[in-house]
Design a protein around this ligand. Structure first.
Ligand SMILES: Cc1cc2nc3c(=O)[nH]c(=O)nc-3n(C[C@H](O)[C@H](O)[C@H](O)COP(=O)(O)OP(=O)(O)OC[C@H]3O[C@@H](n4cnc5c(N)ncnc54)[C@H](O)[C@@H]3O)c2cc1C
Length: 435
């Protein structure tokens, strides 16, 4: 798997690339221009930021190294997940009642933004808002799940706890002992959503340029100068939205990020009989493992299962062995099904499990670090970044800007992630014995 959109701008051979709505025209930047705002990176963060800034009246250009949705936005599991990884009580304890509540509200309403944009712009991405399921893999996770449901219900969200029979009926697997159903979440075809957002941004007036990697960003008398191979932009403000694909463009930012690889496989379309048993009501979900597994059935009836794995970025089939074995363990009846697609992508995990907006200098910000929950959170964070660029007071934002914190020993992250992955897998397997 290439992690460099500049060297390998073709989309991966994924199920989403094969079934997505057509891509909008995004000609490369081929002249020198001045704009108010330059957005770098065309995933959910950058597209949403560009769209919201243009809607608010700014003149915006977005430069993308490959094409909109090339990165994680066009490769993910499509789950629209409400809430951060940290539960509401934790957030209010850590950040105080007022800021904690702002963070809770932001994370709870992020799916509203996604489904609202889909409805407003008629985005053809198979979106369904029938709830997001989190399945419990062992007894140790059960009490946490029950408490999570209690916390959200205390804040007015209609989450339900599912018992063993109900989770089995919902997902069609006997692998889990319980689960939650969160009606705020759902599923969509991620590359189609990214392309729909790109069209919405163009409709709002954004100049969207594909095959236009930002190769340098320099401070200048007029703001910032952003170089691309065939044209330069001068902009008063810049938003760097390259997340897990951040390269040497802003070294202090890339040294603060921990990108990890997530892998997915998709079966051939399942028989009607299997479709009536495996996620029959079209729910998408994941589980409570540390190295979680996530799953959905697509509108064409393909079963897609994904999960984290090696730190290495490679397309070698052996790196998919753990996902194929998870698929067959969850759904033994698919053991004979052909596997048609294998693909992977990168996500950023953060040490405190929370996304980050960073102020990199005067008039330049970055956003990212969604810990595998970026469909909703990146779209919502893009909206916050547009507010930063629009001059809003940032103190009261749910994610107030911080400075990037380069990680000590960043160059050793790959072996460290390898050790952490092995350890987490062991703990998950141990906990799953107590079912
Ligand atoms: C396999 C997988 C499964 C996932 N499943 C889910 C899920 O089910 N639900 C969920 O909520 N989240 C999921 N995620 C996470 C989610 O996809 C991400 O959090 C989200 O897409 C991040 O969006 P983004 O816009 O910040 O980054 P990206 O979508 O990665 O976009 C970054 C963009 O920046 C571009 N770029 C990089 N460098 C430059 C440069 N120098 N100049 C110009 N452009 C540049 C890249 O080409 C890329 O298009 C998953 C991620 C992966 C990889």
């Amino acid at each position: 798997m290439s992690t460099d959109p500049e060297k390998s701008p073709a989309l991966p051979d994924s199920l989403w690339a094969a079934t997505a709505a057509p891509a909008p025209l995004c000609p490369p930047l081929s002249e020198d221009r001045s704009v108010e705002l330059c957005v770098v990176g065309g995933g959910f963060t950058g597209l949403s930021a560009a769209y919201h800034a243009a809607e608010a009246g700014a003149e915006v250009a977005l430069v993308e190294a490959a094409e909109p949705g090339w990165g994680a936005a066009g490769r993910n599991g499509g789950q629209v997940i409400p809430g951060f990884k940290l539960d509401p009580d934790d957030l209010e304890r850590r950040f105080g009642a007022e800021r904690g509540r702002r963070m809770v509200d932001f994370s709870a309403t992020a799916p509203d933004l996604v489904f609202g944009l889909v409805a407003k712009h008629g985005i053809d991405c198979g979106a369904r808002r029938n709830g997001w399921v989190q399945a419990v893999h062992g007894r140790a996770a059960l009490a946490l799940e029950e408490d999570r449901v209690r916390q959200w219900r205390a804040r007015g969200a209609a989450l339900e706890m599912l018992d063993r029979d109900q989770i089995e009926a919902t997902l069609g697997t006997r692998e889990y002992i319980a689960g939650l159903l969160d009606p705020r979440g759902g599923w969509l075809q991620p590359l189609s959503f990214a392309r729909g957002l790109a069209r919405a941004a163009q409709g709002a007036g954004v100049s969207l340029h594909g095959l236009s990697p930002a190769t340098r960003i320099d401070h200048s008398a007029d703001g910032w100068k952003i170089a691309t191979p065939a044209g330069n932009l001068t902009a008063k403000q810049v938003l760097i939205c390259t997340n897990a694909y951040t390269n040497k463009l802003w070294p202090r930012l890339s040294r603060s990020l921990i990108p990890v690889t997530s892998f997915q496989v998709a079966t051939e379309p399942l028989s009607d009989e299997l479709r009536s048993r495996i996620m029959p009501k079209g729910h998408a979900g994941s589980d409570t493992r540390r190295l979680l597994r996530y799953f959905c059935v697509t509108p064409e009836g393909r079963l897609v299962v994904g999960g984290r794995g090696h730190a290495r970025a490679s397309e070698s089939r052996e790196l998919y062995a753990h996902i194929v074995s998870a698929l067959h363990r969850l759904y033994p009846e698919t053991a004979g099904a052909r596997l048609d697609y294998f693909w992977s992508g990168r996500v950023v995990v953060t040490l405190d499990h929370l996304p980050k907006i960073c102020e990199l200098g005067p008039g330049i910000w970055s956003g990212g670090g969604y810990n595998g929950r970026g469909v909703a959170m990146a779209t919502a964070t893009g909206q916050l970044l547009a507010k930063c660029a629009g001059g809003a007071s940032t103190d009261r934002l749910p994610l107030p800007p911080t400075k990037p914190q380069p990680l000590p020993f960043h160059s050793l992250r790959a072996p460290a992630i390898g050790v952490a992955v092995g350890w987490k897998r062991l703990l998950d397997a141990w906990e799953a014995r107590s079912r």
